[in-house]
Design a protein around this ligand. Structure first.
Ligand code: RNT
Ligand code: ZN
Length: 421
């Protein structure tokens, strides 16, 4: 499509939205201010660069063997840069602690320091993007029996507490140098395959461990702490120490951010309705936008009703300034750059759809008890020409329109990915 065709389609589409009372230009401007945090782990199947070993334990499983995954920091950065070129707007990188840039030196997780991530910070500075961070409580011998911060063994707990505390300091350094707070999100795999007798002890230990991890006070302008729950994992089917209720209570009691991962609840439960519920008590939250298929499968995010509902809540509740949007999926069965791009573009596009909603009008119908009009208009909105809006938005942000990004991905695959063995 040439740019004049995109502009004419936009002009026609704009008229349609204006009929519904939507301020299209304001919606496009608002969207440009929203950053989505790209999860680094889509690039290498959650492997990390700490040396040989890779993913083991933790109930996280990337499946597929599509060639071309990033094998080191340089390759991963190059891949992320490619994805960022294909996304309209300015976004962020969400890094895990198992991706240090330590010049090949093996550094234990309880010993990591900002210096081991300075390469990433410099890189982000060059790109003028913010960073988020995550301690890595899996893929490690000290997590091999499925327990970390809730472990019975005090020395193992201590190791992981030190890791969590170190990560907060690294996050703070990222936030300080980049001038935008880093959200450091804590997720642990701790749980049991089969029915435990003691559900209380591990939770008491986790609570104490978290208090120790968060003991040092850190300027929230540099680092924000977040905690992520889970319903079950591989190997923790019967009991997860850090359940939703546990972390919801912890976050409220300790003024932490709560991370809502869309794959971490019962399959019919959507996190959309949880957003306004928890934001009645918390200042800010983090989202891990994912797509579970039958279970917490972390499929590439696509334009599902579920995603739409999340984006709508963010807009309707005026929560975009209080919700950090992160992605969390990993597909190793398709081109990884494409997987990232499809998921991230779906998220951004869905936010656009939500911003193009005539929310004030719908709110008025509801206040008037006119539920007939509310339903009728909601249904009409589903076929408004948002594709034309999206194309125009991409054009204005100098990124490929429509499926043109796929050609770039294919070219990158040919030039770069296919040369990785
Ligand atoms: C695991 C959590 C967690 C991880 C990342 C890699 O179930 O969703 O967020 O996916 O830390
Ligand atoms: Zn997650």
């Amino acid at each position: 499509m040439n740019s004049s065709a995109i502009e004419s389609a936009y002009a026609l589409a704009k008229d349609r939205y204006t009929e519904f009372g939507v301020d299209v230009e304001q919606a496009l401007r608002r969207l440009a201010s929203v950053a989505v945090s790209l999860h680094c782990w889509q690039g290498d199947d959650v492997g990390g660069f700490e040396g040989p070993g890779g993913l083991s334990g933790g109930g996280i499983l990337a499946t597929g063997n599509y060639p071309g995954k990033a094998r080191n920091v340089d390759e991963l950065r190059r891949d992320v840069e490619k994805v960022l070129e294909l996304l309209p707007g300015r976004h962020r990188l969400n890094l895990h602690a198992m991706y240090p840039d330590a010049g090949g030196a093996a550094v234990e997780r309880d010993q990591i320091e900002p210096a081991h991530f300075q390469g990433w910070i410099d890189w982000a500075k060059d790109l003028e993007i913010g960073m988020d961070f995550n301690p890595t409580f899996f893929s490690h011998p000290k997590a091999a029996d499925g327990f970390t911060l809730a472990h019975r063994d005090e020395s193992i707990r201590k190791f992981w507490i030190d890791h969590g505390a170190a990560c907060r300091r690294i996050g703070a350094e990222m936030g300080r140098q980049l001038g935008t707070p880093c959200v450091t999100n804590l997720w642990i795999p701790d749980g049991m395959k089969d029915s435990p007798i003691d559900r209380r002890g591990p939770r008491q230990r986790l609570r104490e461990s978290l208090d120790a991890v968060f003991a040092e006070s850190i300027d929230p302008a540099h680092n924000l702490d977040s905690v992520e729950s889970k319903l079950f994992g591989i190997g923790s089917e019967s009991y997860v120490v850090g359940s939703h209720e546990f972390y919801l209570a912890y976050a409220v009691a300790n003024k932490k951010l709560l991370c809502l991962d869309s794959g971490h609840f019962h399959p019919t439960e959507s996190i959309a309705d949880k957003i306004p519920a928890v934001l009645s008590f918390l200042d800010e939250i983090l989202l891990h936008v994912s797509r579970g298929i039958r279970w917490d499968s972390d499929h590439v995010v696509t334009a599902t009703d579920d995603l739409r509902a999340i984006a709508e809540e963010l807009v309707r509740g005026d929560y975009l300034g209080r919700v950090h949007i992160g992605l969390d999926f990993f597909d190793a069965s398709i081109n990884r750059i494409a997987a990232w791009t499809i998921g991230a573009r779906a998220m951004i596009r869905q936010l656009l759809v939500a911003l193009l909603e005539p929310t004030a009008r719908l709110r008025q119908f509801e206040a008037d008890g006119d539920y007939t009009s509310r339903l009728a208009v909601l249904e009409e909105l589903k076929t408004l020409p948002f594709g034309a809006m999206w194309d125009y938005y991409c054009l204005k942000h100098d990124v490929p329109v429509g499926t043109a990004w796929m050609m770039e991905t294919r070219q990158y695959e040919k030039d770069v990915l296919s040369r990785r063995s």
